[in-house]
Write a protein that binds this ligand. Structure first.
Ligand code: ASP
Ligand code: MG
Length: 413
């Protein structure tokens, strides 16, 4: 039997009507002969509601209990979906993560999947049932409930698809696919027909919050095509797949913007072994996530070291640096709290020249000053003034024709 996994996000199951619509999707696939496995998120904002409940009672809720609590949101969704399917004349059965032995490590609130017992699901599918599995949750070796981190139902779905040998995992959501850029900012953004796993991972880490990054990693590793599509409209969405030659023909697949960044620079830091290690060890101790680290030597004795963080981590970062100030001996510190970062992403960069030139040129024409530049093999990012962030994104999108479907762009755009 060919198996299809369909994942429905919170907004796609938020009320009875939407639940029925999700159930209909599953039935359509079952009628086509698929063994259908649904993975569901908690309904609407239910997870946020549960988090708020927890903090009302305890400003520092134990993580084990947090997982126990949050897992209930998804359990509501799956039992209700099974009831909806039953009322439509279809046999269905719901499972919690624990019931299908979705085994994870014990890192509460951000556990990682280790293995899944696909047997129980296969057995139910063979009996002709639609199987509905609670997303986002698992169980550790000591039978504690764990969760996979916010947005983790995507990962449940793709991991299940891999474990069940399904070739495709459909992600039903309130947008109809992955766009060339954030349509709320760049209004002319268009839907992508396809994007590679690597590009999607870069875009996700840059704040294009379409997919949980772990889910994309699973898809890549286990060869599962991920189809991001609309739960309300019957149109094809975006396929996340392995790189195909056609993708290389494009310079850039998408552009993103990250706001709310801050930059810290340590100027004239002593140029000796171990100093960078000390700085970042302290930042890690204060749980500050760091990006775009740049160090350059000024002379044999001194270097400049800068990095970006989320503005919300600024106080922790300042404290971390205060603590090691006297050990690493820098001359000056500068802090900018008003930074945004515009990035372009595309596997075509590996084989084309001129991408950097085009991006910097577009920013220059728009009179946007570039604070710093960082790159990966398939990404170029420019830090700019927060006030100019929108203008910068627009300029870059237009330069790479991200307002047009790939096949309509000029060659070399
Ligand atoms: N319900 C969880 C959350 O809101 C997991 C998910 O939706 O994927 O983060
Ligand atoms: Mg989500």
């Amino acid at each position: 039997m060919k198996i299809l996994v369909q994942k429905f996000g919170g907004t796609s199951v938020e009320n009875a009507e939407k639940m029925r619509r999700a159930a209909k999707r599953a039935i359509e696939a079952a009628k086509k002969g698929f063994g259908v496995v649904i993975v569901a998120s908690a309904r609407g904002q239910q997870t946020d509601v549960l988090v708020a409940d927890a903090y009302e009672l305890n400003p520092n809720p134990p993580k084990r209990e947090m997982d126990q609590l949050l897992s209930t949101g998804e359990i509501q969704s799956v039992s209700l979906l099974a009831m909806a399917l039953d009322s439509m004349g279809y046999k269905a059965i719901s499972f919690t993560g624990a019931q299908i032995r979705m085994l994870t490590d014990s890192v509460h609130t951000k556990a990682r999947i280790k293995s899944i017992d696909a047997e129980r699901i296969h057995k139910q599918l063979n009996e002709g049932k639609i199987v509905v599995v609670a997303g986002f949750q698992g169980i550790d070796e000591n039978e504690n409930i764990t969760t996979l981190g916010r947005g983790g139902s995507d990962t449940t779905a793709v991991a299940l698809a891999a474990a069940l040998g399904a070739k495709e995992c459909e992600i039903y959501t309130d947008v109809d696919g992955v766009y060339t850029s954030d349509p709320r900012i760049f209004k002319k953004a268009v839907k992508l027909d396809q994007i590679s796993y690597d590009e999607m991972l870069e875009m996700a880490s840059l704040g294009a919050g379409v997919m949980h990054p772990r889910a994309v990693e699973f898809g890549k590793k286990y060869d599962v095509t991920i189809h991001v599509r609309s739960s309300s409209e019957q149109v094809d969405g975006t396929l996340i797949i392995h790189e195909v030659p056609q993708m290389e023909g494009l310079l850039v697949s998408g552009a993103t913007i990250q706001k709310d960044l801050a930059k810290i620079g340590l100027l004239g830091i002593e140029n000796v072994p171990g100093n960078a290690a000390k700085v970042f060890a302290h930042l890690a101790k204060h749980k500050v996530v760091v990006n775009d680290i740049i160090q350059t030597e000024v002379n044999p004795d001194k270097a400049n070291l800068s990095f970006m963080i989320n503005v919300s981590d600024l106080e922790s970062a300042k404290q971390a640096i205060e603590e090691i100030k006297n050990e690493v001996n820098f001359e000056n510190i500068f802090i900018r709290e008003d930074i945004a970062e515009v990035s372009v992403v595309g596997v075509g960069m590996r084989t084309h020249y001129g991408v950097a030139e085009k991006m910097f040129g577009a920013l220059a024409d728009a009179k946007v000053n570039i604070d710093s530049i960082t790159t990966s093999e398939i990404r170029i990012s420019c830090a700019v003034d927060k006030d100019q962030a929108e203008k910068a994104l627009e300029a870059v999108c237009m330069a790479f024709e991200l307002d047009r479907p790939a096949k309509l762009r000029n060659k070399n755009s």
